[in-house]
Design a protein around this ligand. Sequence first.
Ligand code: ADP
Ligand code: MG
Length: 696
Amino acid sequence: MANVTDIFGSMVFDDRVMKANLSASVYKSLKKTIDEGARLDISVANAVAEAMKDWAVSKGATHYTHWFQPLTGITAEKHDGFISPAPDGRVIMEFSGKELIKGEPDASSFPSGGLRATFEARGYTAWDPTSYAFIKGKTLCIPTAFCSYGGEALDKKTPLLRSMEALNKQAMRILKLFGNEDVKCVKTSVGPEQEYFLVDKALYDQRPDLIYTGRTLFGCLPPKGQELDDHYFGVIKPRVAAYMAELNEELWKLGILAKTEHNEVAPAQHELAPIYTTTNIATDHNQLTMEIMQKVAAKHGLVCLLHEKPFAGVNGSGKHNNWSISTDTGVNLLAPGETPYENAQFLLFLVAVIKAVDDYQDLLRLAVATAGNDHRLGANEAPPAVVSMFLGDELQAVLDAIETDTPYGGTEKTTMKLGVHVLPRFQRDNTDRNRTSPFAFTGNKFEFRMLGSSNSIACANIMLNSAVAESLRQFADELEKADDFNAALHDVIRRTIREHKRIIFNGNGYDDSWIKEATEVRGLMNLRTTPDAMPHLLDKKNVDMLTAHKVYSEAELKSRTEIMLENYVKTVNIEAKTMVEMSRKMIMPAIDEYIADLSEAAYKKMGIGIPYTYEKKIIEKLSKLLEDIDAATDDLEGAIEEYKKIEDVTKASFFIRDEILPRMDALRAPADAAEAITAEKYWKYPTYGKLLFGVR
Ligand code: ADP
Ligand code: MG
């Protein structure tokens, strides 16, 4: 392999390349656009486009694409060649500033949740100069936003950029009050830890459930699961190591800071964590990472499963969204500072996050709501569906002291006065890490742990940024008016702790007693499933907040609610239909074949007067299971027919949850029981054992 420092970013039109390939004045204007959001002149765009094209062609690119993130949650691209006919019959390679800035994909098939009437079905894409262009294969990819002609966002990037802007605006007001004159802007940063499974492609190809739905819908557990904890951080097997090495190389070429890799808890499960970066770039990078993970797997005869629950009985996969807020001068606003004054500022930002998570629990929950993630949340392998925060004992003690005006400290206890005392550095103690909390403070950032492995991280960060922007807005409104800033500051912090401490929980989130306390004593929301959570996006308080900060329009929120629910019902419906098909075409025929052979054997034995109790016993068990499977299949199929008649998507989502999902479980149970007692050669798809332990 080539030197890492040589290949890193080699396929990215990054700052280095820009500086080398643009004139000083063009570079300067582009930088201003990137750093401060200044408008870009067309002459500058032309120069950038020309340089981008020359660079891309020199790397073997022949096409360009506006790369965007429609509401399907994956990325989309439509390739156009650089070629343009020359008068002499040959071609030249061309790319204009206009083509760079704006594209018009014929993208009328992307879901818009009713935002686009068909007569203006064509949305347009607009360049996001804050995320670098890159080359994938033979194509120059230009990160873009995707909007309708009416200006509504049809993608995830646009609201994400708006939410970052909202947070920037309100955080700047606060920083001014603290006298930070040199700060020009505030950005959030994210480092998303990505979990995934690797299975053998040849085995995958034999399972319609994996092919159609990304998860297994049947399968009985092998003798060994994850109970020995021998996979977590275990030695990485050669085939997996080769995969990880190539994956890293491909990601590095794209300027993605892939840093940490290890085996996860379940057999065949792994994790990749990058070094954090600005939120919108981290989001682009995470989308790319998921795509490259799948591509590289194919080259190694593997399939990378990003589904939240590929296998029943072992842990599923999530994504930890490590999130922080920093200034362009390099100050992490969620890290305790060196001086008392910085610490007062830290505490204000901290309580802003506490208030945000409490006030907008529902938004954080619904931002991660999908059919796949419903299998994990609250199943003792991922945080519960109840949103709460973990601060740790040390920070908790500081907040308690402020709230009650009581002395704080180790040996010399003094009353905590803001602007006077230096806080201890809150070092995260790895031995005492709370892994059960949905939202944990980890020293200088928060780790939001509810995301599903296949989720785009955009939604979670949109809600987080917006909710914190709203806390900061309220604080700034109050503090800007105050005569005595220090007194008002102390008051805001203390009041916020008092009003929102119900969201803080430092205990075990997997404990049933916590759910009881959270909902019955503290009044926290328990939105267990996607149909419970999604409709809250249209609650007045949420619409008011998100529209006030110009993150979404009301129409955009309606469209998102509809698309997310549609996605939920369609996903489960495909699963249900796949189960019916597998049951009829694979499971029942397999059992029948086995019963037939057993019967023949029994008949022969009977003929020569040998006992055939064994055959009879299995035949009886399997015949009974076969009847059950057949009945459950009919029942599920009947429910699917009923579902088709429901037009309202909200109603359909509850029908799916209450009628379809239980029938899927009812079919799976006898099918898996039959698998357990059927001779292996009859079974039509590979076992869990082979899938989970087959990659060496
Ligand atoms: P772990 O949680 O596994 O012990 P780290 O704390 O080093 O590891 O980091 C976990 C993830 O958090 C990494 O992806 C890292 O880049 C990210 N991270 C670290 N600091 C920040 C920050 N200030 N903002 C956002 N993400 C961060
Ligand atoms: Mg992890």
